[in-house]
Design a protein around this ligand. Structure first.
Ligand code: FAD
Length: 455
């Protein structure tokens, strides 16, 4: 059925990509009464032994949890997540220090298996009875005028045209839908390369599935220009990720054989290396992952198509927000459909206006967080500012909130978190630059600054 003349109320939606965001969105759309066909390039990971691609586990936080709760899925998700209460910093001597993420018991983030979460969401989508996932089929071409796409079976190569009423691209960072929208508008997205990449390693579980390092923490080995992190898995293992420059004296290019790898790890990650006896083999077996940010100028084609998740705003992973932001896209889109009684016509522009500045803001904060995680976190001044920031939040909870908390534990728009975070930085610099210890803070000045700048 075609869109109505005085509005747009499709009955059927074609969604590209059954990744995390596409699967979650399908649940929302089905609950609203739409029939949804998802076209997914990969085989069904619930039956085929394939990796979910990219990182094995992810940090789930408030912005991702809210839509899962709204859809009644969080109960099931709770069975597969592990709370992480703070950053466990590992120095070169193997000393550790836990830096809490927040001050309240609920201010934690959660480690979740990408594959398990994706499977759960696909099953929830199909369980609505209104979602059909077509696996091993990729989208090849898009004709927005004719509202037609060309699909290709990944195994047989067989091609098949498909008519769409409304097309939603949830096809990730390399989105074909985004490229077609770019071409239509004659303006290409900017794909900003980080020139740092990542590689996954593994700490195996101990006896009887025990955790060999602190279970409820996100472990970080900050080393200045590079770092390694570790997130817990339910089976007692940890997924470790090395992030480093592509080129240079310390880089992926420099780790070219077992000897250089072992030397580098003994020098920088000796405590972790003891727990990863086969790290060198794993290192040379696993692919090196690319990192970058996508700045997409046009998120939709009026009444025909829109982008969601990484397809619209792929970001670097250092704030643990890519998926969370994509889930928030779904939440906001659903709200807009409520507001406009499922007349999609005004929703395209409203959705892009609401989400695009926030996508740009979290992209920037994610880049900044890389520097914080790998370098700044080691600076005593950073630790001082963190402590003072928590104290300001305790004394003036209505006015002052650390930026990390705004991003991870609240729902304040990312763009506003970025704006307020800049003001926080100024206040903390004014208070902490002249002092060495938190006890020396001038709280009269603190109150003045907070009321003046954040009141
Ligand atoms: P994707 O997960 O990429 O899914 C896209 C889907 O589309 C895939 O299933 C793909 O097969 C399919 N597809 C692609 N092209 C086509 C096509 N042509 N035709 C049909 N189907 C197609 N985010 C967090 O929130 N927290 C974290 O801690 C975190 N850590 C990360 C760590 C790393 C190392 C990386 C790389 C990313 C991390 N992210 C994290 C980001 C997160 O992985 C992404 O934001 C999230 O996966 C986006 O989901 P998506 O559904 O939009 O895209």
């Amino acid at each position: 059925m075609n869109a109505e003349r005085n509005g747009m109320k499709p009955q059927h939606i074609t969604l590209i990509g059954a990744g995390l965001v596409g699967s979650l969105l399908a649940v929302y759309l089905a609950r609203r009464g739409y029939d949804v066909t998802i076209i997914e390039k990969r085989p069904d990971m619930r039956t085929a032994a394939i990796s979910a691609g990219r990182s094995i586990n992810l940090a789930l936080a408030n912005r991702g949890i809210r839509p899962l709760e709204e859809l009644g899925l969080m109960q099931q998700v709770r069975d597969i997540i592990i709370p992480m209460k703070g950053r466990m910093l590992h120095d070169e001597q193997g000393q550790t220090q836990l830096v809490p993420y927040g001050q309240q018991p609920h201010e934690v983030i959660y480690s979740v298996s990408r594959g398990e979460l994706n499977k759960l969401l696909m099953t929830a989508a199909e369980a609505t009875g209104k979602v059909k996932i077509v696996f091993e089929t990729g989208i090849e071409q898009i004709d927005f005028n004719q509202q037609r796409i060309l699909l290709k079976h990944e195994q047989t190569g067989a091609q098949q045209p498909h008519h769409f009423e409304l097309l939603i691209g949830a096809d990730g960072g390399g989105s074909v839908v985004r490229k077609a929208i770019d071409a239509l508008h004659g303006k290409a997205s900017i794909e900003e390369k980080l020139f740092h990449s990542y590689k996954e390693l593994n700490i195996a579980a101990g006896a009887n599935g025990s955790f060999r390092i602190e279970k409820e923490a996100l472990h970080i080995w900050p080393r200045g220009d590079f770092m390694m992190i570790g997130l817990p898995n339910n089976d007692g293992s940890f997924t470790m990720t090395l992030f480093a420059p592509d080129q240079g004296a310390v880089s992926f290019a420099a780790l070219h054989d077992h000897a250089s790898f072992t030397r580098f790890f003994e020098q920088n990650f000796a405590d972790a290396l003891k727990l990863m006896p086969d790290a060198a083999e794993t290192y040379f077996r696993n692919p090196t992952g690319f990192l970058g940010t996508v700045h997409c100028p046009n998120w939709y084609v009026q009444n025909k198509a829109l982008l969601i998740g990484d397809a619209a705003h792929a970001i670097v992973p250092f704030h643990g927000q890519g998926m969370n932001c994509g889930f928030e896209d779904c939440f906001d889109l659903n709200r807009l459909l409520d507001e406009h009684h499922d007349n999609w016509q005004p929703v395209f522009a409203a959705y892009a206006a609401a989400r695009k500045p926030n996508g740009e803001a979290i992209a920037l904060m994610a880049q900044e967080n890389y520097v914080e995680m790998r370098a700044t976190v080691r600076d005593p001044k950073f630790q001082l500012k963190k402590t003072v920031g928590f104290e300001l939040e305790k004394r003036w909870p209505q006015l002052f909130s650390p930026r990390y908390s705004m991003v991870m534990f609240q729902h304040i728009p990312y763009a506003e978190a970025l704006r307020r975070g800049r003001i926080n930085d100024d206040i903390l610099a004014a208070l902490c630059d002249p002092i060495e210890q938190a006890e020396q803070v001038d709280y009269i000045l603190a109150e003045q600054l907070i009321r003046q700048k954040l009141g």
